[in-house]
Design a protein around this ligand. Sequence first.
Ligand SMILES: [Zn+2]
Length: 572
Amino acid sequence: MNHPSTERHPAKACHVCGGARFYYLFSAADYRVVRCDDCGLVFLNPQPSDDELARIYSADYFLGSNTEKSSQAVREIKQATARLYLSEISRYCGPESGHLLEIGCGDGDFLVTAQAAGWRVTGVDYSAAACEKARQRLKPGEVFCGELQSARLEAEQFDLCVISDVIEHVRSPMDFLKEIHRLLKPGGALFIATPSIGSWSARLMRQKWMEFKAEHLTYFDPQTLPTALFKSNFREVIVEPGWKMLSFDYVKMHFERFPVRGVTPVLNFLARLLPQKMKQRHRRIVASGMMVFSRKAEVRPQPVLSVIVPAYNEEKTFRALMETLLCKELTGLQMEIIVVESNSTDGTRELALKYRDHPRVKLILEEQPRGKGFAVRTGLKAATGDYVLIQDADLEYDLEDYDGLLEPLVAGRTAFALGSRHGGRNVWKMRQFTGQHGLSLFVNLGHWFFTTLINVLFWQRLRDPFTMFKVFRRDCLYALEFECDRFDFDFELLIKLIRKGCHPIELPVNYRSRSFKEGKKVRMFRDPLNWLGAIAWLRFANIDPMKVVEHKYSVDQTGKSFGSLKDLNHKP
Ligand SMILES: [Zn+2]
């Protein structure tokens, strides 16, 4: 689309999900800030014109270019932040270095630091003056001046791409990510630092947040950026809070340049009180941003859905389920079916064996039943799809609901959907076991109790968190470890996904409850006690995906296998 340079750029569709319903939030510096109603992306609409942006990015845009003393202070801060980023990157990528590309390299502070750490470096920057400075400081090392796309770099040559405080400035973040995907080697890593609208400073300061400015065109958060990465074929995403090295003097300088009512005077007041040494000291703080790590994945002709079917003594329904599943066609998706059969005694195994050679079925035979949770975990390990759906081998759920559940994931509106049996607007539907009114009441009360508990402990507003019908991007599982074997695995999966930042949406599904006589495998009194224990444990369990990834490198070198999180926690 060609705009005259004086014209602002209105968006017809959301940059990430393509939705067209925007919710006006407020105006910042004469620009409208809107939120996509579908995926939650916040962005300026319309974007400033080319002329307006050119005025903003004038020569003195970058802090500290005015005086020698302040530029020295800024340089020190930037290099300290660069070292911090590099140490986080080596946790994610492992100890080896290679060819690094930084887009938006400025006058080269990060590149100089990376070069010292053993990386071969290439930089791209918009500003000719900055490129010239960077070239002088880097020997050897190439620096391209201009937009990324116009640099016309050769494909698949970089092991790592770093974009720090850049993606919020680009007009089309999806095209930008696509170009980075092209430049990375297969499996190459991408490190992004960007302001997060989910950060504490954004929540606290609301529309006065210092990151709202005309040149920040898109405001990501820990849900929308992983979705943008997923749609651009990046996987193994980890979101960490944005650490930065800052000193009091640097922060004060920032707010003098970009004054915020109420903040700038307080800083000036403090500046008179604090001793000089304290004002210069570098501190590692969680700033207003996030750090996001991901890897380039191959582009598939069509996305794949993995359906996990744990089967144990389901002789009555197994065959019907499999036949319906195999007939099921999903628009734009391929399907792999992973059956985990736990050595049933009622003939389910014999039925399962008939599907052994079916091209769409992966059959996993367990030697003994070790619980439904264990079977699902085994299935998840074998899954290769982009999306995962867990399907019980009974017929409590309706396969007609697949399309409705998958649609918001494929469109990029959410990473995780729950098929809700009595959620949404349908407040009337409850469990009914024919002729067992007392039991119905007991089960419904239990449902209400556990739902409230989950909502309060994990800040959710769910109606039916215990549905078996869960659909999510398989990448959400990356660097999560699971240990529950029985029905408590459902809690573990739900809660660990929520705690990792994948917040589920609920969609109504059709559901017919089995009575206990028909073979429901829940034990009335023992299981609820187990669940209570599991929820309490999951509330406080240590979930640290980066630690899991880092641990992988340390065991890879010693040749040992991937340990569980439990082992990790027990290490000194
Ligand atoms: Zn959207």
